[in-house]
Design a protein around this ligand. Sequence first.
Ligand code: SAM
Length: 393
Amino acid sequence: MTHILDDERRALAARVALTRQIDRGSVVLSSRLAGAFLNVPRHPFVPAFYRRDGERFTPWRATDADADAWLDAVYADDSLITEVDGIHAEDAGPDGPPGAGAPTSSSTAPSLMADMLDALDVDEGHEVYEAGTGTGYNAGLLCFLTGDQHITSVDRTESLTDKARPRLNSVGFDPLVLHGDGTRDFPADASYDRIIATASVRRVPPTWTARLRPGGVMVVPMKGALAGGMVARLTKLADGAAVGHILHTPAAFMPLRSDAGPPAQMPTDPHGPRRDTGLSARVLDDWTFSFFAQLHMGPGVVRTYGKNGDGLHVTTLYDPADDSTARVADTPQGVSTVIASGPRDLWEPIESAHRLWQELNRPRREWFTIEVTASEQLISYTAPAGHIQRWSL
Ligand SMILES: C[S@@+](CC[C@H](N)C(=O)[O-])C[C@H]1O[C@@H](n2cnc3c(N)ncnc32)[C@H](O)[C@@H]1O
């Protein structure tokens, strides 16, 4: 009995510390949101998650030794990877999945969840749809904010929804948790005051705009080829369009999986003319710029990057639409070189995007607006002198 009370006290203290930490960061928590983080525990949703061990992912379970360190990790303001290449940490062997692997589900960092929930502005009684149940923790916070009978949460992986349901029940909530595609699977005729996605899309799926009620709000992580992840907050207008702005928070959400098939495979070794460039591809690691740069690239462009044999940065861009490839490598002399193959030099649009970004005085992402209609999706920036730039998504 004393043990259980001690554990409960420790978990409560950890929750209080996490809530304070979020509140001291970039998010000022409303009392309702603070109430959600104080009342909904995170640990029942993540009994096992992965730790990164170099290239490998090693499972860490509540039952492993050093329970205090485990609890500290659960209540740190970090994302917790729970699934790699479809293998859940609870089902993995002690060494984790074979090979390097890619995360396929995680519990988002709590301060980013707080930012997104703050933008979602959920009131009691709002009907809310979440695409990407994952562990169920965010669904739990949503249940606290609006009442569990008003929540529908959907994940494409059945084993995740099967795990999330009883965990939500164990903390006193019974929302509708569905296995399905978060862009397609809605209870018949349902419409929502709030829609939130916790996986990223390149464009806002038309079904979300259609299912949102006029005056409703959706919060959508968006990411293109270059990892410049952002979160859009949109309000639905009476005419059916949705308009809004980009949040200040950078966000690297995993992509919402679709039936479109795996991303294009990068050609191994591009051959073509070589030229010098004054712009190192490391510029794409600046998330403010990569957000801007991806507005200038085609929708299917993929990027890989790493270091060459001399330890210098190399980025490769590939557009499967026309088979253009650009390999941009740093050199010991300081300039970078571009090898471009195919019909277009893919580094050129990045160079001109960088010039424009500097001319515009490196605009911050929260100064961009977004407009979604049935026929187009536009990101806009209005310069202080009034000139408007627009990009189609
Ligand atoms: C970052 S995790 C979600 C985190 C979750 N909200 C939480 O609190 O733990 C992203 C989730 O999106 C799910 N997902 C990916 N594609 C999806 C789709 N098309 N429809 C629904 N869920 C999807 C993944 O299975 C993964 O669990």
